[in-house]
Design a binder for this molecule. Structure first.
Ligand code: HEC
Ligand code: HEC
Ligand code: HEC
Length: 236
């Protein structure tokens, strides 16, 4: 059936817009309940990060991971195994500059003039590996709020604007995503913590020059659900 794929996409789009509408304005209640963290054995970094477990690895030049299909994937499946996407130098910084955006001075996404913002859109799409704009937007209404729009604002404000790479240079969406929305392989908690330490802690720095620690992104209470709890963006 020729129409199947298209109608599936439509169904998904409708589902997303439905959800977005349903849980739009209401904020999730305060997190009182969910505080308990499973006491992970190894210092989860909750207290401080002054104790990097012995011998932090020598910087391995990570092999160019599976040549990510440029923007063709419809729903990029998470890579098998310990497939979290390592930090890479952004390849889009020139394009960002061409869009008129200076990442060294940027604050929040909503403050960027519309004309520049529009030029960032194809870059977002590509960095995330979405097939089209509907990766984040509902068809026919670019103003309509969606979960991915809200997440993108968070990613921009907290990471692109506030973080830098090892050398203090700019980061962009592809620094962490490299063509996939699901850049974390959460199947192994220990591996996840190691990955976070090696990549998100040690290979990123902060624009404000303070030490980058787990708490930079997870907060002092080491909240693991950043998107849902710290940023207050409801789950689908
Ligand atoms: C990764 C998510 C993402 C993708 C993919 C994406 N957008 Fe956006 N788009 C956003 C966000 C976030 C905003 C709102 C920014 C803000 O806060 O002002 C936005 C806003 C817009 C706006 C401005 C709407 C207004 O307020 O008037 C337009 C137009 C737009 N996008 C077009 C596109 C087009 C065209 C594409 C495909 C080439 C696209 N977007 C792909 C996230 C995305
Ligand atoms: C510091 C690294 C980092 C940067 C920079 C970053 N992201 Fe993310 N992003 C993540 C992580 C980690 C997740 C969670 C992915 C997962 O669940 O596998 C995520 C999730 C998302 C999601 C939700 C995907 C889904 O399907 O659940 C969207 C949309 C997204 N990011 C968009 C962006 C955009 C757009 C940019 C650039 C403006 C960006 N991100 C920059 C790390 C980053
Ligand atoms: C630059 C930001 C950043 C830093 C620094 C960072 N993380 Fe994360 N971490 C993320 C994001 C984003 C996610 C995905 C959050 C979400 O899905 O809401 C995540 C997810 C995780 C998860 C998976 C949670 C789950 O439920 O699947 C673990 C575990 C984790 N981080 C541990 C750590 C540890 C330990 C450190 C310090 C060594 C650390 N992180 C440093 C951004 C960061």
């Amino acid at each position: 059936m020729v129409g199947t794929r298209k109608s599936l996409a439509l169904v998904i789009a409708l589902a997303i817009s439905g959800v977005a509408a349903a849980c739009g304005p209401s904020n999730p209640p305060d997190t009182a309940a969910d505080k308990q963290q499973d006491t992970a054995p190894a210092g989860t970094g909750t207290q401080d990060t002054t104790t990097p477990p012995a011998g932090s690895k020598d910087p391995q030049p990570t092999p160019p991971a599976t040549g990510a299909p440029s923007g063709t994937a419809e729903a990029p499946a998470p890579k098998p195994g310990k497939g979290s996407t390592p930090i890479k130098e952004s390849k889009m910084l020139e394009d960002v500059k061409k869009a008129g955006v200076n990442l060294a001075k940027t604050t929040t996404l909503d403050k960027i003039p519309l004309g520049q913002k529009k030029k960032l859109m194809p870059l977002f799409q590509k960095a995330l590996g979405y097939k089209d704009c509907q990766g984040c937007h509902v068809e026919g209404d670019f103003k309509k709020e969606t979960r991915n729009i809200k997440i993108t604002r968070g990613m921009w404000d907290h990471y692109v604007a506030a973080m830098r790479d090892e050398k203090g240079g700019a980061v962009f969406c592809d620094t962490c995503h490299e063509g996939t929305p699901k850049n974390l392989d959460r199947s192994d908690r220990k591996a996840m913590e190691k990955f976070m330490e090696d990549e998100y802690e040690h290979k990123l720095t902060r624009a404000d020059k303070k030490d980058n620690e787990c708490s930079t992104c997870h907060g002092d209470a080491m909240e693991l659900k950043i998107i849902e709890k710290l940023w207050g963006i409801a789950k689908n």
